[in-house]
Write a protein that binds this ligand. Structure first.
Ligand SMILES: [Zn+2]
Length: 496
C-alpha cells in the first residue's frame, strides 16, 4: 500500500533579547517555500531536512504532501502573524488530509513567538489534535533545541542533529523518514523519552569536534546500537532565550515502552550535568585577538578570528565593530572582516561603486552597547554586488542564499564585507562571490561561533575565538532573565 505522509519545515532559533522580530519578510530573506513545486525546485538534493524527507519518500514510495519549508535567520521573537501564517500552512494541510498515515516535521526546537514561549510544542499540540493519537509524528530538531517536556508525549520519533557545525540535516531528515516508514508499516511502535536537569547551558555549547560532546555523542551512539533504541539525541539547548524550558535535554526514541529508554536518557543527562562547567573555547578580547593576529607568523595559511559574540547564527546583530576597530588599530595587512550587516552602508557603497573612495559610518547602529558604536571609516570600494551565493561547503551544500546588496570596503589592509541581510559565515562562497579569497589572506575575521569550522578549519593555520561583547556573548551576565525556571544552575546553587 502507498502511504500518504504530510511534511513541513518551520524553523527559527529565537534570541529573546534581540529587538529584531522574525516576521514573514525575515523568513523570506533566508528561505520560505510554499507548496510542492517550490519546495521540490529549491530543496531537492540539498543538505536540509526537507531534502531528507523527499529522499525517504522516494525510497519508500510514499505520496508526500508538501506544505511549507521556511527558515528565518536567528533573531528576536517570531511574530504571531508569521507563526500563524506559516505554521498555519502545515495545519491547513493536515485539516485537508486528516487521514494521512504519518507526519514529518522539521523544527528547530528553540522557536519563541510573541504568544508562545515554546512554539514547537504549540504546533505539535495542534497537529496532534487534528491527526489523533494513532498517527505517528516524526520530528527533527536542531542540536540547539530547548525541548519542553510535552514534546515527548506529542512526538513519536525525534531525531536531533548529531553534529555542530551542523552538517547532518538531510541525513536526520532521512532517518526520521525511515523510522516513520517502519512505524506506519507496524514494525515498531515508537515513543520518545526525555531527561533534563536544572541546567541553563551545558554540553560545551554543543560543539561536536572537541571536548565533552565527543564522549557524550559516543555514548549516545552506543545506546542507539542497543535493541529497541531507534534514536538517541543530545540537545545542548539555546541559552540566549529567556524561557521556562531553556537548557539541555536528552531524548531517546525507543520501540515500545521499556524502562531502559528513560534510564539511558537519565544516564546521558547525568554525564552532561557532571561536565557542565567544561568549555573548550578560550575567549579573547577584541584587543587580544587583534594583537595575536599582528604577531602571528604567516606560513601561507590564514589565522582565523571568530567573532563569537556577534554570531548572526545566535541572533546577534552582526554589526558589532569592536573587533574591526581593534584590527584597524593594529594596522593588520592582508586581512578581511565579515560579514558586517549594515544595510544603509551597503546601499551607499553599492551606489558609490567599485573604484570610489568614500567616508561613511559603518556598523554599531542597532545597539552600540552590544559590540561597539558605528565607526567612521574612509576607504575604497573594491567590490559591489547583489550578495547571492550558492553554498559549496559541508553546511547547506547546494542551497542558494543572499546577503542582499553587498560591497567590500578596503580600509588600510582590511577588506570589510558589508552586507544587507543578517547571515552567519558558514561557507567560503560568502567571501568568494564578493571578490575576497579567504585562503589568500593572512587574517580572516568572521562572524560565527562554531559553524564556520566546517568550511574554514581546513584552510586555517590557526583558529582563535573572540568575545567582542556583542549580543551573543558567552558572558550572559549583562542580560536579565525573568522567565527561566528556578532553581537553575549556574544562577542558583543546585545540588542533585
Ligand atoms: Zn544549532
Amino acid at each position: 500500500m502507498t502511504f500518504r505522509v504530510l511534511a513541513g519545515q518551520l524553523m527559527h532559533e529565537t534570541n529573546t533579547f534581540s529587538v529584531q522580530p522574525a516576521d514573514i519578510p525575515a523568513f523570506e530573506k533566508l528561505f520560505c517555500y510554499r507548496g510542492a513545486d517550490e519546495i521540490a525546485e529549491h530543496l531537492t538534493g540539498t543538505n536540509c531536512e526537507t531534502a531528507g524527507f523527499m529522499a525517504a519518500a522516494e525510497a519508500h514510495g510514499w505520496e508526500l504532501i508538501h506544505t511549507v519549508a521556511a527558515f528565518a535567520n536567528p533573531c528576536g521573537k517570531v511574530t504571531d502573524e508569521a507563526f500563524e501564517t506559516l505554521g498555519g500552512l502545515i495545519l491547513e494541510g493536515l485539516d485537508a488530509n486528516p487521514d494521512v498515515d504519518g507526519v514529518l516535521l522539521a523544527l528547530h526546537g528553540a522557536m519563541v513567538t510573541d504568544t508562545y514561549e515554546d512554539a514547537e510544542t504549540e504546533l505539535l499540540k495542534r497537529a496532534r489534535a487534528i491527526v489523533g493519537d494513532e498517527t505517528p509524528i516524526a520530528v527533527t530538531f536542531d542540536l540547539h533545541a530547548n525541548v519542553g517536556p510535552e514534546v515527548a508525549e506529542l512526538a513519536n520519533i525525534v531525531c536531533s542533529y548529531k553534529t555542530y557545525p551542523h552538517v547532518d540535516m538531510a541525513e536526520r531528515g532521512r532517518q526520521a523518514g525511515d523510522l516513520l516508514q517502519r512505524a506506519m508499516a507496524g514494525e515498531i511502535r515508537p515513543r520518545t523519552f526525555l531527561a533534563r536537569r536544572p541546567l541553563f547551558e551545558g554540553a560545551d555549547g554543543g560543539r561536536t569536534d572537541a571536548g565533552p560532546m565527543l564522549d557524550l555523542q559516543a555514548k549516545a551512539r552506543r545506546f542507539e546500537a542497543e535493541p529497541g533504541v531507534l534514536n538517541s539525541s543530545i540537545n545542548a539547548g539555546f541559552h540566549h532565550s529567556d524561557i521556562f524550558d531553556v537548557g539541555p535535554t536528552v531524548l531517546i526514541t525507543g520501540d515500545g515502552d521499556d524502562p531502559r529508554y528513560q534510564a539511558m536518557a537519565e544516564e546521558l543527562m547525568d554525564d552532561i550535568w557532571a561536565r557542565r562547567d567544561e568549555v573548550t573555547n578560550q575567549y579573547l578580547t577584541s584587543g587580544q585577538a587583534a594583537d595575536v593576529a599582528r604577531r602571528h607568523n604567516y606560513n601561507g595559511k590564514p589565522l582565523i578570528i571568530a567573532d563569537y559574540a556577534d554570531n548572526p547564527g545566535a541572533g546577534a546583530y552582526g554589526d558589532a565593530t569592536n573587533l574591526l576597530k581593534a584590527m584597524l588599530d593594529e594596522k593588520l595587512e592582508d586581512a578581511c572582516f565579515g560579514a558586517l550587516r549594515d544595510g544603509e552602508a551597503a546601499a551607499a557603497l553599492v551606489e558609490a561603486g567599485p573604484g570610489a573612495t568614500v567616508t561613511l559610518a559603518v556598523g554599531g547602529k542597532t545597539d552600540a552597547k552590544f559590540g561597539g558604536p558605528p565607526l567612521t571609516l574612509t576607504g575604497a570600494v573594491v567590490h559591489a554586488g547583489d550578495g547571492t551565493y550558492t553554498c559549496d561547503g559541508p553546511m547547506w551544500a547546494g542551497m542558494t542564499k543572499s546577503f542582499g546588496p553587498s560591497a567590500v570596503l578596503r580600509v588600510g589592509g582590511v577588506d570589510i564585507l558589508v552586507v544587507t541581510n543578517l547571515l552567519q559565515i558558514t561557507d567560503m562562497q560568502q567571501f568568494l562571490t564578493n571578490g575576497i579569497d579567504p585562503r589568500k589572506k593572512r587574517t580572516v575575521a568572521l562572524k560565527s561561533m562554531q559553524h564556520f569550522r566546517a568550511a574554514y578549519q581546513p584552510i586555517a593555520d590557526k583558529v582563535i575565538v573572540c568575545d567582542s561583547g556583542a549580543l551573543a556573548s558567552p558572558d550572559s551576565s549583562r542580560l536579565t532573565f525573568r522567565h527561566i525556571r528556578r532553581p537553575l544552575y549556574p544562577f542558583d546553587d543546585v545540588t542533585l
